[in-house]
Design a protein around this ligand. Structure first.
Ligand SMILES: [Zn+2]
Ligand SMILES: [Zn+2]
Length: 77
């Protein structure tokens, strides 16, 4: 029941000077300190990865890029 306040606090608009250090999620279009990314340039945040995990990974060790179909590992960058 407390998820609403937590989510609104995370929506900070600071995308003017953080472009270099943050990545933009290709799913929700928000920027994050950390995103999983593919060599083709596709990035996905932890939220979207979690929500789409059923379609992105079948073993919890690697995830499949929806853009190029390449396999990327969880955790190790
Ligand atoms: Zn996202
Ligand atoms: Zn890719």
């Amino acid at each position: 029941m407390t998820d609403d306040t937590q989510a609104s606090r995370q929506q900070k608009r600071r995308d003017k000077r953080i472009r270099n250090s943050r990545r933009q999620c290709h799913c929700c279009k928000q920027t994050f300190m950390f995103c999983w990314h593919c060599r083709c340039g596709f990035s996905i945040c932890q939220n979207c990865m979690h929500e789409n995990a059923w379609g992105m990974t079948c073993n919890g060790i690697t995830w499949t890029c929806p853009d190029c179909g390449d396999q990327n590992g969880y955790g190790n960058q």
